[in-house]
Design a protein around this ligand. Structure first.
Ligand SMILES: [Zn+2]
Length: 406
């Protein structure tokens, strides 16, 4: 089976995950794809391939070199975003794409004006939808790349590699699936997620994240006799918000700039509550942002002479970049493999967290590789098969480089 057929076979599984669900997988149909992938791994010689109760697929490629070398892992996720439908996906192959607007189905177009990157795909083989669903290249393209790599190793024993662990995960889009990974099954020395985006874009930096929950304690009294007595908790929440730096609001930031995002505010005269998320790539600036919250609390409490503001700050995740300090070869192996494949890799500081950032703090440093999937989470999603094929080479070169690491 080639990578195109393989990818299309995966798009037939509807694996939309759901945010408002406490069980993993959030969509029981993720098991259908998991079982399919497990069978496929077994056919490709991965004898220990299995699916666990939480819908994780695990498999091992045993080392075929005599010397000791690190165990590495590759991961891709099986679920698709719930931003649009993932059911009844009708993948359509366009060979030798002419670089012009694409009619997905009658009256629905993916245009070069709206999607300027299309021009770069001229002459390549791409796969599109009929414009009514997403394609699921995020992250079935990643699964197809890893599976193709497994097939190549199976067919060509001269490809030398150390022990390689493969893992297909549920519920990445909801951000919660990775908490259920079994580290007895998957504990490589380091790993790579193969998840979405242009092959040139790699990611090993993300935000530091914290949340701030603030309670405002007011003093309610009839407005007719409020003079000098009323403390309106909603007003406290407004005052607090207005003391935070205006240019730290998400709508005023991009790239590496951090932000304080007011998620929610509610209350009445007696009591109010607001919730913020705090984000920055830079650990020092991140601490400074948290300090701002503390200083505003102290200023307001001093002004009223009592505790009108109660602040709870919680760190939620950290920038995974720190996990690669002293182990730069994990990134270098990825950069070298991409350069050998003819790409000019660019590091993107992710404005969010990833499965890789969570794994990194579980002790498995995990940067991300692109796949050749574009415009994900929408009906104009498409994948470039040429890019996917070259990413199989990249994965293979990383596996080979890892058995040269001492
Ligand atoms: Zn993804």
């Amino acid at each position: 089976m080639n990578i195109l057929e393989r990818f299309i076979s995966y798009t037939r599984f509807a694996t939309t995950s759901s945010d408002d669900c406490d069980v993993c997988p959030s969509n029981p149909d993720e098991f259908l794809l998991a079982n399919h992938l497990c069978q496929e791994l077994k056919q490709l010689g991965v004898k220990d391939a299995h699916v666990d109760e939480q819908c994780f697929v695990y498999g091992t490629l045993e080392s075929n070199v005599a010397h000791e070398c690190p165990t590495i892992g590759f991961l891709a996720h099986m679920d698709t975003s719930n931003a649009t439908s993932g059911t009844g996906v009708k993948a359509r192959v366009i060979e030798n794409y002419d670089g012009k607007d694409i009619e997905l189905s009658e009256g629905i177009y993916t245009t070069v004006a709206d999607y300027p990157d299309l021009a770069d795909l001229k002459g390549k083989t791409i796969v599109v939808t009929d414009g009514t669903t997403l394609l699921g290249g995020d992250d079935k393209a990643g699964i197809a790349i890893i599976m193709d790599f497994v097939q190549r190793c199976h067919e060509d024993p001269s490809i030398r590699h150390g022990k390689v662990l493969v893992c297909f995960t549920p519920d990445e889009e909801t951000g919660s699936g990775i908490h259920h990974i079994d580290l007895n099954e998957f504990k490589p020395d380091y790993a790579y997620t193969v998840d979405g985006g242009s092959p040139e874009t790699i990611a090993y930096e993300c935000f530091n994240g914290a949340s701030a929950e603030i309670r405002f304690h007011g003093n309610s009294i009839h407005p007719g006799s409020a003079k000098g007595k009323m403390i309106n908790a909603c007003q406290l929440a407004i005052d607090f918000h207005n003391m935070l730096p205006v240019f730290d609001r998400p709508e005023n930031t991009e790239g590496r700039e951090g932000f304080n995002h007011l998620l929610n505010v509610q209350g009445d005269c007696q009591s109010a509550e607001s919730v913020y998320i705090i984000r920055n790539h830079d650990a020092g600036l991140f601490e400074k942002q948290k300090k701002d919250f503390e200083m505003i609390r102290d200023t307001m409490n001093a002004r009223y002479g009592k505790e009108v503001v109660e602040l709870h700050l919680n760190d939620t995740y950290r920038n995974m970049a720190e996990c690669f300090r002293g182990r730069e070869y994990i990134i270098d192996n990825m950069l070298n493999a991409l350069k050998e494949a003819g790409y000019e890799p660019k590091s993107e500081a992710i404005r969010g967290g990833t499965d890789g950032s969570q794994l990194s703090f579980m002790g498995i440093p995990t940067p991300n590789l692109g796949t050749g999937d574009f415009y994900c989470h929408g009906n104009h999603e498409l994948v470039c098969i040429d890019y996917m094929q070259s990413m199989v080479d990249v994965v293979m070169k990383i596996a080979q480089a890892s058995c040269e690491v001492k």
